[in-house]
Design a protein around this ligand. Structure first.
Ligand SMILES: [Cu+2]
Length: 292
């Protein structure tokens, strides 16, 4: 009896030792995994944007005067109908030295079968960020197709000389869930373009939301709409409920409107939108679907 008890004690002591060794191994393995992930993430972020996000090269060209190599990067490997942040790198074509001061005017253009038209855009600032990119944005208002595509023209002003460039955009796709909606104003028949910038990765709870609004002045001019009132109302169509504590977006600058969207659960949300100019209603039948 005593013997077997001893045996049991020994056994359990052995078990604890094994457990301890296993625990140590687990810690070592965890540390190893951590370092491997760390190394992988370092490699993936080789080409980070201003906020550390990974960038994808979209296209490149050489300026009209042959002096500058121009590369275009984005946060997605394919550009899409909606608000696309654009990252431009400029290098001296001979020396390969980066250019860190430049005036860049963006001129997006769609070449359609029977006509051409531009798109809303935001020019970069004159100084490159610490990673060497000039950041601007383009709102592509239509997807491209094999016969009709986009190009990004640029007027460049570098060290007192003027030149230009034209970058072919390989393709602009329509996202499965549109992030750009259009409406025609009830008062003056103007066409408006509303893009969702945030939330890009929606979560359960209160999300910061950001929209841009532009309007079509002519085929070549799409200014920011800075004086609209915007109301949002999220709804879960499949469950017939909404959510409390949303904050209507207000204009911040350059046609960007910021507010809060409350998603109380995951699933398919429809964000109903109302647009006003003062007290006058422009549209109240626009919506954007967000599913996560
Ligand atoms: Cu078009």
């Amino acid at each position: 009896m005593e013997l077997s008890e001893n045996k049991i004690l020994n056994c359990s002591g052995g078990f604890h030792r094994v457990a301890r060794i296993f625990k140590m191994k687990k810690t070592t393995i965890s540390i190893l995994i951590f370092f491997i992930l760390f190394i992988i993430s370092c490699e993936k972020n080789d080409d980070p944007g201003s906020d550390g996000s990974e960038l994808y090269k979209i296209s490149g060209t050489v300026s009209e005067d042959g002096n500058y190599a121009i590369d275009l990067y984005a946060l997605t490997d394919t550009l899409f109908e909606g608000y696309n942040r654009m990252f431009i790198s400029l290098k001296n074509n001979d020396s390969g030295n980066p250019v860190s001061e430049a005036g860049i005017k963006l001129k997006p253009m769609m070449n359609m079968v029977g006509m051409k038209h531009a798109a809303p855009c935001e020019d970069p600032g004159e100084t490159a960020d610490e990673d060497g990119y000039f950041e601007g944005a383009v709102v592509f208002i239509m997807p491209s197709n094999p016969d009709e595509g986009w190009e990004l023209g640029m007027d460049l002003s570098i060290s007192g000389t003027e030149t230009s460039a034209k970058i072919e955009i390989p393709g602009v796709v329509q996202p499965e869930e549109p992030v750009l909606v259009k409406f025609i104003s009830a008062i003056d028949q103007k066409k408006y373009f509303v893009s969702c910038v945030q939330p890009a990765n929606p979560e359960v709870g209160i999300n910061d939301c950001e929209f841009t609004i532009h309007y079509k002045e002519s085929m070549m001019s799409f200014p920011a709409a800075k004086d609209l009132g915007m109301e949002i109302e999220p709804e879960m169509p499949s469950m017939e409920h909404g959510s409390p504590n949303n904050v209507n977006p207000v204009h911040v600058s350059g046609g960007h409107y910021e507010g809060k969207l409350n998603f109380t659960m995951t699933g398919w949300w429809r964000v109903h939108m109302t647009f006003k100019k003062g007290d006058v209603l422009l549209s109240d039948d626009t919506y954007m679907d967000i599913t996560f």
